[in-house]
Design a protein around this ligand. Structure first.
Ligand SMILES: [Zn+2]
Length: 311
């Protein structure tokens, strides 16, 4: 077996070779410095693990997606020379071939399977009602015993999740296990508008494209656990072979230093203000406490992990 050379702090062993990773921005705003940091780490790991990078744009959330945000993804990746090998090359190709609506039959099929296997129940709770039942907005399963018809309108579909479900997964330092957190109990797989929820579309897409390395922010850790559970419910064991790496969040590391020094932290804004790619990488580096000048994503990721490892 081939092993890649990158060593992540607190990881005793190198990452195993991987086939494919993805960068998966949601076009509900202009890409910001936090996205760039995440993409830089993804590109670096991909390069060192021999993985190809898929550009997967999650555009199902129609109320928030705007064409200019989709265009911005391509503009920003090109501007910062962030690489990808698969997926759409431009906004036109995205619309024609890669928008999530093209995979709607796959999402519908997965939802039907969950329904037939009695893995879901219908819920007609409003956000307000959920908050009156639990101050933190944790859904307590109040519709389970109502046996609402899932085929009626204005119900969401929630997955049955047994309390304390233990999920096995592959982290950067090998096999790991965690309990599905309360925030993900009975998570939604189909929204009230009958569209697939984010978790469902994300799992179906990653399986469809053959992604086996997922790099994402620590804020999505709970989401990863929900997705692992969902893949089990869909009888897709291949998803369990994915290696997940959850990185620190740029803003959590840098406090509000970034917005003070950069004003608006969207790359588009900085580009229009005349910033060059190296200026942007240097700014991210400064926020992370990296003293050296940085020219590109590769040196940013490399210096960041060296710093974290203490050398
Ligand atoms: Zn309910």
């Amino acid at each position: 077996m081939r092993f890649c050379s990158v060593q992540i702090p607190a990881v005793p062993r190198p990452f195993p070779a991987r086939l494919k990773t993805r960068i998966a921005p949601t076009p509900s705003g202009y890409l910001h410095l936090g996205n760039v940091f995440s993409f830089a780490l993804t590109a670096f790991l991909a390069e060192n693990c021999g993985a190809r990078i898929l550009l997967r744009i999650d555009d199902l959330d129609r109320e928030r997606v705007r064409p200019e945000y989709i265009q911005d993804i391509f503009d920003t990746l090109h501007f910062l020379e962030l690489p990808w090998h698969e997926g759409p090359k431009d906004a036109m190709m995205f619309a024609n071939e890669y928008a999530q609506e093209h995979r709607m039959p796959l999402y519908r099929q997965a939802l039907e399977q969950l329904k037939e296997d009695e893995r879901i129940f219908a819920c007609n709770c409003s956000r307000k009602r959920i908050l009156t039942q639990n101050e933190q907005g944790i859904y307590t399963g109040s519709c389970i015993h109502k046996h609402l018809d899932p085929n009626t309108t204005d119900v969401s579909w929630r997955l049955y999740t047994p309390p304390g479900a233990v999920l096995q997964y592959h982290g950067p330092d090998g096999p790991a296990a965690a309990v599905l957190p309360a925030t993900q109990q009975y998570f939604i797989v189909r929204k009230k508008d009958t569209f697939p929820a984010y978790q469902l579309a994300s799992v179906v897409d990653d399986i469809f494209f053959g992604v086996d390395l997922t790099v994402r922010g620590q804020d999505l850790y709970d989401s990863t656990l929900a997705q692992l559970y969902l893949a089990q419910a869909l009888s897709k064991p291949s998803f369990g072979n994915t290696v997940f790496y959850h990185h620190d969040l740029l803003l959590a590391l840098s406090g509000d230093k970034l917005s003070k020094s950069a004003g608006d932290t969207s790359v588009r804004y900085l580009r229009k203000e005349g910033w060059k790619p190296a200026d942007i990488y240097i700014l991210i580096g400064k926020a992370l406490g990296i003293p050296e000048p940085l020219n590109d994503w590769r040196t940013l990721a490399d210096r960041y992990w060296r710093l974290m490892a203490g050398h």
